[in-house]
Design a protein around this ligand. Structure first.
Ligand code: FAD
Length: 228
């Protein structure tokens, strides 16, 4: 299936969103992702396909990619993506992913590293639109004060008093001590972790070490990024 680009926007310096119109009405769950193919020449050894979470919410009926661009050693794929103009298309294959909320009666802790906020943005925006509330603590680590979706997240927290957001800005890091600071009962919530692979792996391991059971940990790994 091909999606047509209908708009672009700068979220914060270095982070752009690309908004695509699907040819037909799509059904997906907030937190899921697409596999994208963008043929371009020349193509570096990282290839012409990538995975991106759909950062928009299902009710919006558009597919948004939100991604970070690096000044050094950026891929040819990202250059081709940046060069897309409105009206250009990108190829996608099936929607996948189980990084979704299934039971709103549970407590959740969402842990985002930088651009790993994308699935949480989709989930929280969809909940907000539906007027549904869940007990969620979002711990959002970032490299600096340029925080992607900060205003929108603040709006979601205003309409959902059960949503607590904590920003952790470098040089501070999200680690197990920080998590325990904001999560009084570690055995109660379900933990969702999304972001650069090293961070997601390290936090998953730390949670298991303090006794959080496997069925209470969900991880979404973004390859190609270093720790936030
Ligand atoms: C399920 C899933 C969902 C995802 N969702 C998102 C999302 O919502 N947003 C998002 O931004 N990403 C997401 N990703 C990650 C995305 O697919 C890319 O891996 C990521 O954006 C990095 O892109 P890039 O490889 O084009 O590198 P770039 O972003 O262009 O570069 C990133 C850095 O990678 C380093 N690097 C990595 N490999 C090499 C190499 N072979 N040679 C030289 N340097 C290298 C460079 O130092 C560079 O600074 C997701 C991945 C998965 C699996």
């Amino acid at each position: 299936m091909k999606l047509n680009l209908i708009g672009k926007k700068t979220e914060v310096p270095g982070v752009e969103s690309f908004i695509f119109q699907p040819p037909e009405s799509l059904h997906w769950k907030a937190g899921q992702f697409f596999h994208y193919v963008l043929h371009h020449r020349p193509t570096d050894d990282r290839g012409s396909d990538r995975w991106f979470t759909i950062s928009s919410a299902p009710f919006e009926n558009v597919v948004m990619i939100t991604t970070r661009f690096t000044e050094e050693k950026g891929s040819t794929f990202k250059k081709a993506l940046a060069n897309l103009s409105v009206g250009d298309s990108i190829e996608v294959t099936d929607i996948e992913g189980d990084f979704i909320l299934e039971d709103l009666t549970q407590d959740y802790v969402f842990i985002a590293g930088g651009i790993g906020i994308t699935p949480f943005h989709s989930i929280l925006k969809e909940l907000d639109h539906r007027g549904e509330q869940a007990h969620i603590t979002l711990l959002y680590g970032n490299r600096d004060e340029h925080i992607v979706f900060k205003d929108e997240l603040g709006g979601f927290a205003k309409s959902n008093p059960q949503l607590k957001i904590q920003y952790i800005i470098a040089p501070e890091r999200i680690d197990i001590v920080k998590i325990q600071e904001f999560v009084p009962d570690m055995q109660k919530p379900i933990f969702y972790i999304s972001g650069p692979e090293p961070m997601v792996d390290a936090l998953g391991t730390s949670l298991r070490h303090v006794g959080v059971s496997e069925d209470r940990i969900k991880q979404d790994w973004f390859p190609g990024y270093q720790e936030e």
